[in-house]
Design a protein around this ligand. Structure first.
Ligand code: SF4
Ligand code: SF4
Length: 347
């Protein structure tokens, strides 16, 4: 019996190409800022794109940072190279270029080079630097040259998501929205007040299956199974792209039991076990979402070790059962039943 497999067949290769950004959002998960100068070389990125061929499920190259539009020449080279290798590309940006006179021409050149979609991020923290009207301008420009546009709304406890959507009403249904709650990771740990996090859930549910469709490679070459701001923790690190190829790293992860449990039932599976450990005062009462719980749990070596043990026991229990008896009513499987996991397990 096997559980989990999406982390072994990602559809998007997400590449962080710089830690430099033109702004300094308080919540930034990777501490990007204007003073940073680190960016990936084209040689390194093209090597990763070459290695993506080892993973036949990959169809798209997702470029993010930092702010990739600060490196326009590199951005165009990456997009062009990806196209010669058969991939469409998308870029995640803060949209600072919205409304600037040359933006349409530059975007059109990127589209001709192979760019298919733009993801524009906004939040109250972005808006301390970039107004919503600037983001609207960026969305309009991108649509005008034929790109798909997604607006990523990072929500806080006070964000009126509908008001943000309302600002894009003129664009009708041509813009897709993705809402993701702000969570305490990276710079947000020190620069965002506790009450600003949405913290809606006492027991965040949801598995990582969709998130695992986007493999991430950070600037140091480390490979992670998702691009979530909460996902860049040591236990989730699948390997180093400097020591192994992407294909080797992904193949090896097929046996990773922690990833299998996260993919199948999500980090919520571990919360009841964590709470049984008499460490309630250390565990937040509420979470922004499942990635907040995951980041909290896996940032702590102590809790990460527990999670690894529980994942190991769970997978061993499942593997030992004849399918006709699965899931059995014992404590380690009870969590799975709670999550209605019968529908997703076994695969
Ligand atoms: S959240 Fe995005 S726009 Fe803001 S500082 Fe970080 S990389 Fe830049
Ligand atoms: S819960 Fe963890 S592994 Fe799953 S998508 Fe969120 S950060 Fe990634």
């Amino acid at each position: 019996m096997t559980i989990g497999h999406a982390h072994a067949c990602p559809e998007v290769l997400g590449l962080l190409v710089t830690s430099k950004c033109n702004i300094t959002c308080r919540h930034c998960c990777n501490d990007s800022q204007p003073a940073n100068s680190e960016s990936a070389s084209f040689e390194r990125i093209s090597q990763l794109i070459d290695e993506a061929a080892e993973i036949p499920s990959i169809r798209e190259i997702g470029i993010s940072g930092g702010e990739p539009f600060l490196y326009l020449k590199l951005l165009k080279e990456i997009i062009s190279y990806a196209r010669t290798c058969g991939y469409t590309s998308s870029v995640t940006t803060n949209g600072f270029w919205g409304g600037s006179s040359g933006a349409g021409r530059q975007l059109d050149e990127l589209r001709e080079a192979g760019l298919g979609a733009i993801n524009i991020s906004t939040s109250p923290f972005h808006q301390e630097f970039l107004s919503l009207s600037r983001i609207l301008g960026a969305a309009k420009t991108a649509l005008s040259v034929g790109l798909k546009v997604t607006v990523n709304i990072v929500s806080t406890s006070t964000t009126a998501v509908d008001d943000v959507r309302h600002a894009f009403n003129d664009l009708g249904d041509r813009v897709r929205f993705v809402v993701m709650p702000c969570l305490p990771a990276g710079r947000a740990l020190t620069r965002v007040e506790q009450q600003e996090f949405p913290a809606e859930f006492t027991w965040p549910l949801g598995n990582c299956r969709e998130h695992f469709k986007k493999l991430a490679v950070d600037l140091s070459g480390d490979v992670y199974p998702c691009c979530s701001p909460g996902g860049f923790t040591e236990p989730l690190r699948m390997g180093s792209g400097h020591r192994s190829t992407l294909g080797e790293i992904v193949k090896a992860s097929d046996q990773n039991k922690l990833l299998a449990v996260l993919e199948s039932v999500g980090p919520g599976f571990f919360l009841p076990f964590l709470r049984q450990q008499d460490i309630d005062d250390e565990i937040p009462e509420r979470f922004s979402d499942q990635c907040h719980l995951c980041h909290f749990m896996l940032s702590s070596p102590k809790y990460a070790e527990m999670a690894a043990e529980w994942a190991d026991l769970l997978v061993s229990d499942l593997a030992a059962l004849p399918e006709s008896e699965w899931p059995a009513d014992n404590s380690r499987l009870a969590g799975l039943k709670e999550f209605g996991a019968q529908s997703v397990l076994p695969i």
